[in-house]
Design a binder for this molecule. Structure first.
Ligand code: ASP
Length: 329
């Protein structure tokens, strides 16, 4: 039997979310109450797998996390790796997991895995998945084959890449997918099996500023132009539009973009949830050829919410001119 000092070091921090929630009375509403050590109470195996470093960094529902808070979480995770952690796990709410994972992935400079997980059912609910997800996240974080893959999302025994993962169901246990490409891998009987090889990663420098804002608007039928026209005067420094289909907006919105696109970076993504934006197919006003001629950037495969993270981080380090390089098609 391995002595504790022979075991790898695994650092785990919790931020809140359903995985930290419980009800005070049977059938009552669940709220974030469980710190990191309490979340681990139903996963005793973890202490036989690794020397654990635990931290409760928050007890927030994940919709209330913010960029500055995430930068503090990143600083904690970086310090853990510098102190010798062979894997890092963050538990948080699933509602914003697809965004936080991508944000941290763009800034994660190590080969050491940073694995993010959560739960769809609170600790006090029957069939709660928090303990199983935590155990599988530890198996992923400690697996040598997870190295060099950046930030990974483990949910329901599937491993997803930070740039593709999406929450696609509000309440189902199988709530996470990587549309169009599938998960990177799976955890089977405690072993991690990857179906896709690691890809070359690039990371951004830490932000030099954090007060700037990037707007996200969704194109929808018969939408007026009032919000779009207000974006600049409200002080936003960038705009992402979740466009129709392959990245399209109405003729009315396209007209407003004549003035907006030269003034700030504008990205048009697809609101469909799967597949890239087009680059050279449609020629009508508001379609991708027209939009690109105005200086609008097409998102490629990146979903609107992740585009906003990317643009915010690029502006944060004065690199917005590198935007086309970061939009994969
Ligand atoms: N429903 C959410 C969750 O799964 C709540 C949150 O994101 O904090 O954790």
């Amino acid at each position: 039997m391995k002595q504790p000092s022979d075991l790898p070091r695994l650092s785990i921090a919790s931020l809140g979310g359903t995985v930290s929630m419980q009800a005070r009375d049977r059938g009552g509403a669940v709220r974030p109450e469980l710190g990191c050590d309490q979340q681990l109470a139903n996963v005793p195996q973890l202490r036989e797998m690794a020397q654990l470093e635990l931290a409760t960094l928050g007890l927030l529902p994940s919709a209330s996390l913010g960029f500055v808070a995430l930068l503090e979480v990143l600083a904690w995770a970086r310090a853990e790796v510098e102190r010798g952690a062979q894997g890092v796990i963050l538990t948080q709410g699933t509602d914003s997991l697809e965004e936080t994972a991508y944000f941290l992935d763009l800034l994660w400079p190590f080969d050491t895995p940073l694995v993010m997980t959560g739960a769809m059912r609170a600790a006090s609910q029957p069939g709660s998945d928090g303990a199983a997800n935590l155990l599988a996240a530890a198996q992923v974080a400690l697996a040598p084959c997870s190295r060099g893959r950046g930030v990974l999302v483990l949910m329901n025994d599937q491993v997803h890449s930070a740039d593709r993962v999406r929450k696609t169901a509000s309440l189902a246990m199988a709530a996470f997918e990587s549309p169009g490409c599938g998960p990177l891998g799976e955890v089977q009987e405690g072993a991690v099996v990857y179906r896709q090889p690691p890809v070359r990663r690039e990371v951004l420098p830490l932000p030099q500023r954090t007060e700037h804002r990037v707007a996200l608007l969704e194109a929808c039928l018969d939408a007026d132009v009032a919000l779009l026209q207000a974006v600049r005067s409200l002080g936003y420094e960038g705009l992402v539009i979740a466009g129709f289909g392959a990245g399209h907006v109405s003729a009315g919105w396209a007209e407003v973009l004549d003035d907006l696109a030269p003034a700030m970076p504008v990205i048009v993504a697809s609101r469909t949830g799967c597949g890239p934006t087009a680059r050279a197919t449609y020629g009508f006003a508001g379609a991708e050829i027209d939009l690109q001629a105005k200086g609008v950037h097409m998102a490629g495969l990146l979903c609107p919410r992740k585009c906003r993270m990317l643009l915010w981080l690029l502006i944060a380090s004065g690199r917005q001119q590198q935007l086309p390089h970061w939009l994969p098609h």
